[in-house]
Design a binder for this molecule. Structure first.
Ligand SMILES: Cc1cc2nc3c(=O)[nH]c(=O)nc-3n(C[C@H](O)[C@H](O)[C@H](O)COP(=O)(O)OP(=O)(O)OC[C@H]3O[C@@H](n4cnc5c(N)ncnc54)[C@H](O)[C@@H]3O)c2cc1C
Length: 375
């Protein structure tokens, strides 16, 4: 690395890598700084792997716009570059009339957001599509699916490297100072501390993005950037007769939308998984509490009654970087140039929880638009 960059990107998760792939091109010095020894070791490998359609999020929000755009771009990328995926479709299943009413509200919201092909289906149609499920009605989302997020990140890396970007692993950003022609970024690696100057700086530090904003002098409470860690556990599900499903299966979500409810997903090999639940936590602990197995089983049996307690096994957990406080208002992604705080060309991405994986390529285009004027 030289001591001068045009663009420095903090974090080699799916967001930082998508942005790098978008911005890297000949003649530009682009650096990615990642504290871990490889890419995508944090939230970007601890999720459901679902390509969302854009149903749940408030109309006009970045979450809804970037999810709908990201869904379309992701399928194009997957087809063009042979990235593992499956457009399986998804069902949100109502188990009583009240939930049926909520589904109608969700249908309107999803259509307003531009989610493709949504429709309500009757109990009979549901039985035909998914004989093992019980429900009074359901919403079918044909553009939902699953993706191999590791392969997606590998694609972004290949494109970044082809464009001349350099990725520095085991390199932790420990300081950011505004200087006359950009930002001095102080990093710590095996050789100790060093620094370089960059014209623009992108903070895609995931769970640590609020701390990184603070390094640059932004008061995180004043700016309302404080992140709350919100854990989501998953249990693997062993197959047995009567538990096969062909689509992603979701419950009607709780009204506060802190999450979308414990759902039934599968990976590209067909392994089934239940989760994630929601628990605000104080520290980054990825253990799964086996005592939660009972509740998971109880909740999912409402949709798929053939499941038995012993079919479940603790699998993994992810932690959402949430701006939404426990019991608080739903919050949108923060993706902004901090010029009005005296930090032009410092782009913060904070609270990039779900649907961040889906939105990643659309977020990258959005950030490229913010950076354009500076380089
Ligand atoms: C339980 C769960 C389920 C989800 N399910 C879905 C889903 O089905 N579909 C969907 O679209 N989205 C989903 N998401 C959301 C999605 O996983 C995230 O939005 C996405 O992975 C965020 O990527 P990121 O790059 O912002 O963060 P991360 O993957 O956390 O990457 C941030 C990187 O920054 C690095 N970093 C941090 N601080 C520093 C520093 N000081 N110096 C250097 N490097 C640093 C970290 O080491 C890390 O590698 C889910 C999330 C969770 C938690």
């Amino acid at each position: 690395m030289s001591n001068r960059a045009d663009i420095a990107i903090i974090g080699a998760g799916v967001i930082g890598l998508a942005i790098t792939a978008q911005l890297a091109k000949a003649g530009r010095q682009v650096y990615v700084l990642e504290k871990n020894e490889s890419f995508g070791l944090e939230t970007s490998s601890r999720h459901s792997g679902v390509i969302h359609a854009g149903i749940y999020y408030p109309q006009g929000s970045l979450k809804s716009k970037l999810c709908v755009a990201g869904n379309r771009i992701l399928y194009e990328l997957c087809q063009k570059y042979d990235i593992g995926h499956r457009r399986s479709g998804k069902l949100i299943v109502a188990t009583n009339d009240w939930e049926g009413g909520e589904l109608e509200v969700l249908l309107e919201r999803g259509r307003g957001n531009g989610a493709e092909g949504l429709k309500l289906i009757s109990r009979r149609e549901l039985k035909k599509l998914e004989p093992n499920l019980v429900g009074v009605t359901a919403m079918l989302s044909p553009s939902s699916g699953i993706i191999d997020s590791h392969a997606l990140m590998q694609y972004f890396i290949a494109k970044s490297v082809e464009g001349g970007a350099q990725i520095a692993y085991k390199t932790k950003v420990v300081g950011v100072d505004k200087v006359s022609d950009g930002y001095e970024v102080i990093v710590e690696d095996s050789g100790g501390k060093s620094s370089f100057i960059t014209t623009t700086l992108v903070n895609s530090g995931g769970l640590y993005s609020d701390e990184i904003a603070e390094m640059a002098g932004i008061g995180i409470d004043e700016a309302d950037y404080r992140l709350h860690y919100c854990k989501g556990e998953y249990f693997g599900l062993r197959r047995r007769q009567g538990t096969k499903v062909n689509r992603l299966i979701y419950p009607v979500p709780p009204s506060d939308i802190a999450g979308v409810g414990i759902h039934i997903t599968f990976d590209l090999e067909g392994r089934m998984r239940l989760g994630p639940d929601i628990e605000y936590v104080d520290s980054l602990d990825y253990n799964v509490d086996s005592r939660d197995q009972k509740l998971f089983c109880f909740l999912v049996r409402k949709l798929l009654p053939a499941i038995e307690y012993e079919d479940l096994a603790p699998e993994m957990a992810g932690i959402r970087p949430k701006l939404q406080e426990p019991g608080g208002e739903i919050r949108d992604f923060v993706i902004r140039d901090e010029a009005d705080r005296g930090l032009p060309g410092f782009i913060n991405l904070i609270g990039i929880e779900s649907p961040g994986l889906t939105a990643a390529p659309a977020i990258a285009e959005y950030v490229a638009g913010l950076i354009e004027g500076y380089i």
